[in-house]
Design a protein around this ligand. Sequence first.
Ligand SMILES: *[C@@H]1O[C@H](CO)[C@@H](O)[C@H](O)[C@H]1NC(C)=O
Length: 342
Amino acid sequence: MAARGLSPFSCLCLALFLLGLWLPFATPRILEEETPSSLLVRFEQWMALHGRQYMDAQEKEQRFQIFQENLKFIDSVNAEGRPYKLTANKFADLTNDEFRVTRMGFKGHECAARASDAPFMYANVSAPTSMDWRKKGAVTPVKDQGQCGCCWAFSAVAAMEGIHQIKTGKLVSLSEQEVVDCDTKGEDQGCNGGFMDDAFKFIINNHGLTTEAKYPYKAVDGSCKKASSLAATITGYEDVPTNNEKALLKAVTSQPVSVAIDASGYEFQFYSGGVFTGNCGTELDHGVTAVGYGTSGGTKYWLVKNSWGKQWGEAGYIRMQRDVASKEGLCGIAMQPSYPTA
Ligand SMILES: *[C@@H]1O[C@H](CO)[C@@H](O)[C@H](O)[C@H]1NC(C)=O
């Protein structure tokens, strides 16, 4: 099977706030008399809530304009009665182009083809109608990758935390920073993106990972520190058969599964709750973890743990429509799922 051109999941992180990434702006217009002051009050409340500060009045005005455009979009989507809602979350002062821009520059990288012929250990599993690994104690609290494009590490570590709890009965929060700092081979480039399968390879070679507490998350690329003790390990990893939501169901029935998605959509940016059925591409740019599934109001969904903090989505989670018409799944969720074994 030929290698497919894929870009490391760079995670749409908040690196946007780093200098130099701002897109050029049109000359800002001065706040006009008729601008509803209630909107400005709302913006300032939003700024306070998210601890946002701008360099000067001009930048604040530019961000206020974008905020208002986003509010219009959010209100228009919410007025349509879709099965999900949007909100002015921490991304509300970014245009969708800015939201996407962090994954630019990672396109065209080649990665090893997935072993689609490999045996699928859960091929004969029968899936119940719903699953929630949180209720089984296999999911740590939602984390926040912050301004670092290392979703791939969060995705892999969450899947590892899951299989470790299933095998040992102990839920241990493990160190993403150890992966970011120490897994520097090949396509894995810390805050600049990487792949979950490569993270699993690293963890196997590293004989495991230490705890979050012992090697805390810093949201920057650091030098690799030799972990004093390893808290959990994995023996291997497997890819779920590609573009097959039924196979994904069997895998998620069995353990939390790392999935890659296209998280660049305008609706995705502001998702706040419900079953997401929004416009979505299949340019995989974000790594997250499927930790369950179910049905709500007749719509089947995947329960997905994100790493954008508890303020995004449903306390850090998103429910994404399951069993859609396209074989790739919504936002490409069925394209590259994988899980560690232990
Ligand atoms: C699934 O069942 C088939 C038929 O019984 C069997 O040949 C196959 O080995 C099983 N696969 C796994 C992964 O257990």
